[in-house]
Design a protein around this ligand. Structure first.
Ligand code: SAM
Length: 77
């Protein structure tokens, strides 16, 4: 899956309280993970999952993410 395909599926409202990363930053992460062939990833700050979606798509492997505000700010989405 490409960053463009992810952005067509993952609709994130930028007006929400905790601003997600920008699409161009997500694309940078995607290209970095793919180029470096990263396959073990740990993320602090899952939020709406935009970065996680790009990491998973680029690495095609298991991704671990944590966020202490996932329930209170993101309704566990
Ligand atoms: C700018 S948002 C980025 C969210 C997500 N990575 C994305 O792709 O949009 C920062 C995230 O970090 C989380 N956060 C804040 N303090 C944290 C902490 N101490 N440990 C882990 N995550 C934290 C917030 O809840 C929020 O989801």
């Amino acid at each position: 899956m490409t960053p463009q395909e992810i952005n067509n599926i993952l609709i994130v409202d930028d007006i929400l309280k905790s601003v997600p990363i920008k699409t161009e930053d997500a694309e940078f992460i995607y290209n970095f993970v793919k180029e470096k062939k990263v396959n073990k990833t740990l993320e602090t700050g899952f939020g709406h999952g935009r970065s996680a979606a790009h990491i998973i798509a680029a690495s095609n492997s298991k991704h671990v993410a944590m966020d202490p505000f996932q329930e209170s700010e993101f309704n566990n989405t």
